[in-house]
Ligand binder design. Structure first.
Ligand SMILES: [Fe+2]
Length: 313
């Protein structure tokens, strides 16, 4: 009999749902320990930053005694044709064992080939063949870690002619086959939509993407800022996590919260890192937007006639 797949069970009482979390970045270690902002619900670490010892490891030990922590990996290369690197996987397993995170997540990307490592999260075509490969790699990781992981919706800047499966469907099939969950990054979905179909059509395409995700598989939502850059005579969006969350992304976030009310929210900020209090204010704003979205969802359930009128308006 095949071994039972690990699967996520939504926990509606989990404290992660009460407040927004923030990405933990080393320049904020000291301020977080000193101020201990009560508006922050949890912290998410980049796995590779905390795999070693030293000051980062020491700070993490103190911080995890205050907040729940999740581990977000960037280096497994689950889209690589090769198996995940055993040394890297062992380091990740050790970090997970020590940190006891509430969630573990990774990217739908590849970053190495025949011993060459690229410092980037590279995209993959969505085919039945690549799905088999990613499923195999996710199975390996989940077996190694002895727990399910979440796979993040990527931001993309090109599409492959060979792709046969829509990205959201690819992630849904991955979740169904491996028991993994999905991390829905609404900024990434918006960025990809604008890059592929343009500013005007992007909101509808992004909403359709959310519609295609299996709701019970989504356990975390990422929000973050992006920037606009010129490319080949047109504008492209880059998910550099270096600004406030843009208004169209907030609107998409509200839709995601209504579709996935059991998913915890995490604010990412990487470039142009502001002082901690700026992050705390943006996280608080997200907590309010989440509550507003859920209240609006309840209102429309309680008054279906009003909501159908509003839809027709
Ligand atoms: Fe993200």
């Amino acid at each position: 009999m095949p071994a039972q797949k690990p699967t996520y069970q939504p926990d509606t009482e989990q404290p992660l749902l009460r407040q927004t979390g923030i990405g933990l970045r080393p320049p904020h270690h000291e301020a977080l320990l000193e101020i201990r902002p009560a508006e922050i619900g949890w912290l998410e670490i980049h796995a590779e930053t905390y795999m070693g010892g030293g000051a980062a490891r020491h700070a993490l030990e103190q911080l995890r005694a205050i907040w729940p922590v999740s581990v977000h990996g960037t280096g497994l290369g689950l889209g690589s044709a090769e198996l995940p690197d055993a040394v890297h996987l062992e380091r990740l397993a050790t970090l997970v064992e020590r940190t006891e995170p509430v969630l573990v997540s990774e990217h739908l990307a590849w970053s190495s080939l025949s011993g060459f490592y690229f410092n980037d999260l590279l995209p993959l075509p969505y085919t039945t063949e690549s799905l088999d490969i990613v499923c195999r790699n996710v199975d390996v990781v989940q077996t190694w870690l002895k727990r399910p992981i979440l796979i993040e919706t990527p931001s993309t800047y090109l599409r492959f002619r060979d792709s046969q499966i829509a990205e959201a469907d690819f992630l849904g099939r991955l979740a169904a086959r491996t028991g993994c969950g999905i991390l829905c990054d609404v900024n990434n979905i918006y960025v990809s939509s604008v890059n592929h179909v343009g500013l005007e059509a992007a909101p509808a395409v992004a909403e359709a993407y959310l519609d295609s995700l299996p709701p019970t598989a989504v356990h975390e939502i990422h929000i973050g800022g992006h920037s606009e850059v010129p490319a080949d005579g047109r504008s492209m969006l880059v998910d550099d996590h270096g600004a406030l969350v843009a208004e169209p992304v907030w609107r998409l976030y509200a839709s995601a919260v209504q579709r996935f009310p059991h998913a915890a929210t995490l604010l990412e900020w990487d470039s142009n890192l502001p002082p901690l209090q700026h992050l705390v204010a943006e996280a608080e704003h997200a907590t309010r937007r989440r509550a507003d979205a859920l209240a609006a969802s309840d209102d429309s359930r309680n008054d279906p006639e009003r909501s159908s009128d509003e839809r027709a308006a």
